[in-house]
Design a protein around this ligand. Structure first.
Ligand code: AHG
Ligand code: MN
Ligand code: MN
Length: 336
């Protein structure tokens, strides 16, 4: 069979199912093109002079890497002139970026983590981009932060890229999850897997164990039972992986199952968790659910959380459905 490019995939989905209006297709293609540019910059490494800190901090108080800033600029430059967006919001910008008046405005809002896992850049480990597409509310021409505060169930599309041994794009438009691999010679994303499915059961977990003493009781219990292995209540051995790039950890789960957790802990309880609802948790939750998995804060389905701030953080427990349900049941038990 002939390779199917991202462009062809989007056009044929529209033809067959009539779900992808032309401006949404343009949006996805523009984001994919920007991600190719980010992939190139990441791939140059030290030769591109792009490693190391930018010397600035973002609104979350985190030191920005040069590639955080560069990736953010690439996504802004690519997306502001096409007429498909009303505004953009990014983990690396304090406030939403409005479309300059010289360009036409569109119906969508784009939200992104331009470079996820950026602490891994300088050690040559996979990083990625995460994005989410929302509708701009009807009649709004100058969207403010409030217009972005829609629950994850409202997302029109979501995706991530992984800049790893190969560059991948994993995408959902609300009808399954599909994987594209960047053909570096052609410079285009080619469909390499349709309908990714996350196995419902797993024996692999991902969590930063150094935070163990700060976790709440239900997560303590869940992890202890896995670590106890064959001799413990679960009656089988579990394996652990932690890349510390959410994109890479979640992509592994997309591929072979597993559970990814950045739960609430005593260190982050005041800010509501570590990972960001709009830039990380919501897009990844939509993808995971679309692949048959589940995503929870422990107490609530992530996609049903009503955001109260653009940079809001949230506990994240996602992946193989039966494991996520088990962790949620431990939270419910502890609450009773
Ligand atoms: P970002 O690089 O966008 O700030 O995100 C980093 C996140 C996420 O990718 C990862 O799962 C987690 O932070 C890693 O946390 P630890 O440093 O606690 O391992
Ligand atoms: Mn991130
Ligand atoms: Mn980031």
């Amino acid at each position: 069979m002939k390779p199917v490019s991202l462009t062809r995939f989007l056009i044929e989905e529209q033809r067959d199912k009539g779900q992808i209006p032309p401006d949404l297709r343009l949006l996805i293609e523009v984001v994919a093109r920007a991600c190719k540019a980010i992939s190139l910059a990441v791939g140059k490494g030290a030769l591109g002079g792009v490693l190391g800190n930018a010397g600035s901090t973002n609104v979350q108080g985190e030191a920005q890497k040069k590639l955080d800033v560069l990736s953010n600029e690439i996504l802004l430059d690519a997306n502001e002139w096409g007429g498909h967006l009303a505004a953009l919001a990014s983990e690396e910008m304090d406030d939403p970026h409005l479309i300059p008046h010289r360009y036409p405005k569109g119906n969508y809002l784009l939200v992104f983590d331009p470079l996820d896992g950026s602490s891994n850049i300088d050690v040559n480990i996979s990083v990625g981009t995460i994005f989410s597409v929302l509708r701009c509310p009807d009649g709004v021409t100058e969207p403010n932060a409030g217009h972005f505060l829609q629950p994850g169930t409202e997302q029109v599309a979501a995706g991530y890229t992984v800049y790893g041994p190969s560059t991948l794009l994993v995408l959902t438009l609300g009808d399954g999850v599909h994987q594209f691999t960047l053909d570096r010679e052609l410079g285009s994303f080619v469909l390499t897997q349709r309908d990714l499915r996350i196995p419902e059961d797993t024996s692999e977990f991902a969590i930063n164990m150094s935070n163990q003493r700060h976790w709440e009781t239900p997560v303590q219990r869940y992890v202890q039972e896995m670590v106890a292995g064959r001799e413990g209540p679960r009656g089988r051995d579990f394996n652990m992986r932690w890349v510390a790039s959410m994109v890479a950890d979640v992509h592994r789960i997309m591929t072979r199952g597993g559970i990814f957790m950045y739960p609430l802990d005593a260190k982050t309880v005041e800010q509501g968790g570590k990972l960001r609802l709009m830039y990380e948790a919501n897009p990844m939750s939509l993808l995971v659910e679309q692949a048959g998995g589940a995503a929870s804060t422990g107490r609530q389905r992530i996609l049903e959380v009503t955001p109260n701030a653009l940079h809001q953080r949230v506990p994240v427990i996602m992946g193989s459905r039966h494991e996520v349900e088990l962790v949620a049941s431990y939270h419910a038990e502890a609450a009773r």
